[in-house]
Structures are given as C-alpha cells and as structure tokens.
Design a binder for this molecule. Structure first.
Ligand SMILES: Nc1ncnc2c1ncn2[C@@H]1O[C@H](COP(=O)(O)OP(=O)(O)OP(=O)(O)O)[C@@H](O)[C@H]1O
Length: 607
C-alpha cells in the first residue's frame, strides 16, 4: 500500500525549499530579493526621518544652499527607492512566479506518472491532490506567496530593528506598548481569518456542488435527460438553496470583519492616545526638541504599520507553509513512488510469459471487505483466457492489478517468474496492450490516436484500422487518417460514435503489438455485425500473444481456451464453455438466463 506522507516542515525550511525552486529557474533571484528588501526598508525609514531632518535643519538656521543640498540628497534617495520599487516588484514577481510555474508543470507531469491508484480511487489520497493543487493554484498560491511574504517579513524586520531601537532610546516603554497593541489586534485578525477559513471551506463545498449541478445540466447527456424527465425544476430549487447558503456565509464573514475593524479602530485610538499624549506632554515640558518630537511622532506611526505588516506576513507565511507542505509532501512521495527503488528491472521478455497471481487480495481503501480474496491464478504464455462474471464481480480490478495500476494488499503477481513490482512501470506497461471499457479519444488526428506515439507508422495504422473494422469509416472522413478527432482544438474535428470509439481503442491496442492483449468489454458498444466480425478476427488478432477477454456476457467468450468465472472476487469455476455448461453450476445458470434475453446460443463460428 502507498503510505500517506504528511511531514510538517517548518516555515523556514519551506521558504528555503521554494527558494531552491525559484533559483533553479533564474540566476538573479538573490540579487532581486536583497534589492527588494533594501528598497522597502529605505522607503519606510526615509519617509519617517525626512520631516524630522527638515525641521532640524530649519531650526538651526543653516545656510540655505546647505539646506537645499541635504533635502535634495535625501529626496533623491527616496525618489530612487520609489522608482526602484515597481521595477523591482515586477521583476521579482516574474522571478518567484517562475518557481511556481515550474512546479505547476512538474505537477502536471507527475499526475500521469504517479501510481494510478491515487487518482482512480477518490478515498485513497485525493485530499492530498486537491490540497496540493490548492497550494499551487488556490487563492493565495502558496508557492508564489511564500517568497513575497518572506521578503516583506525581512524588510519590515530590518525597518523595525531601527525604529524600535530608536524609540526605546526616546522612551523605553514605547516599543513594548506598540508591540502589545500590535499583538492584540493581530490576535483579533487571526480569529477573523480562522472564521473566514471555516466559512470558505463551507463555501468550497457549496461551489463544488453548484459546479456539479452546472456540469450535469450542461453536459450533453445530462441536459437531454434533464429536459425529457422534467428535472430542471428540482435542479433549480437545489441551486437556489445552495446560492442562499453561500450568501449567508458571505454575510457572516462581512459582519465579522466589520466587528474586527471596529475593535481594531478602538484599540488604535487608545494606543495613539497613550503614545502621542505622552510625546505631547514631553514637548510641552520642553524635554523634546521639535525635530525629536517630529521624528518620534512619525516613528510611532511607521512602527505601527510595519508591525502590522510583519505580523501579517508571518501569519500568511504560516498559512503558505501549511499549503506548501502539501505540495512538497506530494512531490516527495511521488518522487519516492516513481523512483521506486525496488523497481529497477527493465528486462522484459519479448515473447509472452506466464502471469501468475499468488494468494492475491485487494481491498479498496475505506472498503470493509476485500474485492479480491486470495486469488491464485496462472495464465499460461500464449493462452486465450476469458474472465467472466456479473457486474461488480471484480474483473476490472483483476485487470488493474495485473497492469500494476493497483497494488495487491496481500500476495504477489509474477510475470515469467519475476514479481511485477520489480519492473520499472514504464517498461512494464509496454508489455500490455489494453482496451479499457471507457474510450480515451484525444484531440489529435486518427493516426495519432491509434499510434499514441510521437512517430506514426501510417501503413501499420491503416492495417490495424482495417482489423478493428474502422477503415471504411475513416476513409470517408475529409482527411482520412489525418482527420482531427474531437473539436476541443480543431474546429472541424470529428466526433466519433460510441462504437467507432471502441473500434479505435482496439486499433490502438493492435498497433502496440504487445505480448499481452487485454480487452475489457470490447464489444459493449458495437452493433451485432461489428461484434461478430471482432469474434471472427479474434484468433488472428491474438496469434502468438496471451490474451484476456473480459466480459459479463458469457456468450461472447466461447472461443477462449479457458474461461474463468468470477463471483465476488473469487474464481468459482474454470474450464471450457462446454465443460462449464455440463457442470451446470453458476456459469451454466447465468448463461441460460442471458441466452433467454440475448438469444445468443450460437457459437461465434456459427454467427
Ligand atoms: N474505486 C473504488 N472504490 C471502492 N470500491 C470500488 C472501486 N472500484 C470498484 N469498486 C468495487 O469493487 C467491486 C469490483 O468492481 P470491478 O469494477 O472490478 O467489477 P467488474 O467485474 O469489472 O464489473 P463490471 O462488469 O460492472 O465492469 C465492485 O463491488 C465495486 O463497487
């Protein structure tokens, strides 16, 4: 089983990790970061000091040209910093967003590399995926924001070091008072944020549900059923209820923010009264010079705003760090899973080999029972096996286990005597040509959809299209095998019918020409003629290969060397069709029932 990894890294560790990602994409990152920190500090300190310097210079009645010179000097530094700020902001943003974009790409690539089970089974580890994508795509985009907040934290720390130090010289208790008030208002904001997060989670659920309703009522099939069965009214009621709930949650948040703002304003009033009051008393008593008072007055204001920036950056950094942990954990677990140190074997035999299931059990995460229980099965090299059973018997699960898409919870699967979990997955998959129940038609040409590879062997494409019974339909298309499929990308793309899609999947599997051919309900969408053609061509298609034909329709598997009858994850009967009929057990009974409905007593040869 894949272990869920939930390591919690510290804020600094996560900043460092993200910074490494950023630096991988650009050389100037550190220089830009340092410039940004200095610019922000200079701006905050410059604006605080300038008025006091002006007052001081004027008070000393210094020579006017000297006054002008000092003022021009300070103003130039501030102007330069002001000019540098947007420039630095734009380039810096570009730099740190590159780290995030690199991760987005990495995330996309990982999605197709990771163990299939993570995506296929929602309960398995879907939350990790959802959370990781939240860290990358979500509203605060942790991967990007953590660097920006890190920079803001450093620049405000630097500024505060100077300001608090100078205020402590003026009055020792001033920094303590400002810090205390900042911490109290920060605590208020933290509570509001927590409340907002709770409401946001509720709203996310509401949005998920609303999205489902939108999807269901706009998707072709949903929209059709919705109209014909007059379900639009009920849908509307559900959507309205969700909308109202969302609105109420939003109102709660707004009211909470209002209460927070009123409280903070009152706190600020009290803090200002105490600090400024004390400074005014001092100047009245003559303890302060005018310029000293001006500086202290400004320094208190800047300190308050810088403290709030610092605390806000720190809180956001913690939030970013939590989100980034999810991305980081996902990547590291994936790396471990992809690297899979035990998967080193790349030497797959070219010819079919026996496939052996040894005491294999599999339980879906969260399920209270095994879907496959202690399965022992040998599929000899070159055998034509059929796996049959009622819906939900476990046929697809067995296939996914054989393909290494799912890992057994107990037991092992061997290919040519070698445990399949020692093979590098990418190589292992080359050994199989599967046709799944659900067709995957991509926005690419017919030929590309068949070859599923960067290079396309056109004569081979034509040959397999013919074998799969699709060549006539393709020949009628405007551009033959070059015709684009689906209209996601090409406006003139062709939409294949269900049966045509199934034939295309068969052509894709035949094109791969792998030692094992797996056909999971390959004829479910085919008309009777097309179905019978497939059966007739089956021997030719599977010549020299091992094949596994999966179906819940017993009549479709009579040509198999051996039929495995599956019930609740157990093989309860095996043998050839006639033997199983003669045994008159579960298989024979199901066959009789199906025959009555499908009227399919005939063997493929007779069809
Ligand atoms: N992702 C999943 N999570 C939990 N249980 C699952 C999951 N997928 C399948 N199952 C359960 O495992 C059992 C076997 O399913 P499987 O798809 O292997 O059956 P099948 O024989 O291929 O059925 P069908 O003929 O309908 O395709 C079913 O009871 C199903 O509910």
């Amino acid at each position: 089983m894949y272990e869920k990894q939930t390591t919690k890294h510290g804020v600094l560790s996560n900043i460092r990790w993200q910074w490494q990602q950023v630096r991988r994409t650009t050389h100037h990152a550190t220089r830009q970061l340092l410039t940004g920190i200095i610019i922000y500090a200079v701006l905050a300190l410059g604006a605080t000091i300038l008025p006091a310097v002006v007052v001081q210079v004027l008070a000393q009645h210094t020579d006017l040209s000297k006054v002008a010179l000092i003022l021009i000097g300070i103003s130039t530094i501030i102007a330069l910093a002001q000019w540098g700020r947007p420039v630095n902001e734009i380039t810096f943003q570009n730099t740190y967003s590159r780290g995030r974009i690199a991760q987005l790409i990495q995330f996309g690539i990982h999605l197709v590399k990771v163990p299939y089970v993570w995506q296929a089974i929602p309960e398995y580890d879907q939350d990790r995926y959802a959370a990781a994508s939240y860290g990358l795509y979500g509203d605060n985009q942790a991967a990007q924001a953590i660097i920006k907040n890190g920079r803001d934290l450093l620049s405000s720390s630097l500024t505060l070091l100077v300001l608090l130090g100078s205020l402590a010289v003026i009055k020792w208790w001033l920094p303590l008072l400002l810090l205390a008030f900042a911490l109290i208002s920060d605590d208020l904001q933290k509570r509001t944020r927590r409340f907002r997060r709770e409401q946001r989670d509720r709203n996310t659920t509401i949005i998920d549900r609303t999205n489902y309703l939108m999807r269901a009522s706009t998707a072709e099939t949903g929209a059709k059923d919705m109209r014909l069965y007059h379900f639009a009214g009920q849908f509307r009621t559900k959507t309205d209820a969700l909308f109202r709930e969302h609105e109420t949650n939003d109102f709660r948040v707004s009211f909470r923010v209002f209460l927070q703002d009123v409280s903070i304003a009152a706190l600020n009033g009290l803090c200002n009264f105490l600090t400024y009051g004390s400074l005014i008393i001092d100047i009245l008593r003559g303890i302060f010079s005018v310029s000293g008072f001006t500086y202290a007055f400004n320094a208190v204001a800047t300190t308050t705003s810088q403290l709030s920036t610092l605390l806000q950056s720190w809180n956001e950094l913690n939030q970013n760090s939590d989100d980034l942990d999810l991305v980081r954990n996902l990547f590291s677990t994936e790396e471990a899973a992809i690297a899979a140190p035990h998967r080193t074997n790349t030497h797959l035999p070219a010819a079919p080999q026996p496939i052996v299931f040894k005491h294999v059990s599999f339980r879906y995460p969260g399920a209270d029972h095994d879907t496959i229980r202690d399965l022992n099965l040998t599929i000899p090299a070159g055998a034509k096996f059929a796996l049959v059973g009622a819906n939900g018997a476990g046929k697809t699960t067995i296939t996914n286990l054989m393909l290494g898409l799912l890992a057994p919870t107990a037991g092992e699967i061997l290919l040519g005597g070698v445990p399949i979990n020692t093979y590098v997955l990418r190589d292992y998959w080359q050994y199989f040509a599967p046709v799944f129940q659900e067709a995957t038609v991509l926005a690419a040409s017919v030929a590309e959809n068949v070859a599923f590879h960067s290079t396309v062997d056109l004569p081979r494409v034509q040959a397999v299209l013919k074998q799969a019974g699709l060549s006539t339909d393709v020949a009628r298309m405007a551009h033959g095998v070059e015709t684009p499929l689906t209209n996601y990308i090409a406006d003139d793309g062709v939409q294949l019918s269900g049966g045509q899609q199934q034939k295309l999947m068969l052509a894709r599997a035949l094109y791969r020409d792998a030692p094992v051919l797996i056909l999971d309900e390959p004829t479910a969408a085919l008309d009777a003629l097309a179905e019978s053609r497939i059966y007739q061509a089956y021997n030719q298609m599977t010549a020299g290969k091992t094949s596994l034909f999966i179906s819940h329709r017993l009549a479709s598997t009579q040509f198999a060397d051996e039929i495995l009858f599956l019930e609740h994850g157990h093989i309860t009967e095996r043998g050839q069709h006639d033997e199983l009929i003669a045994a008159n057990r579960g298989y024979a009974q199901l066959f009789k029932i199906q025959s009555q409905y499908y009227q399919e007593g005939a063997t493929p040869d007779a069809q």
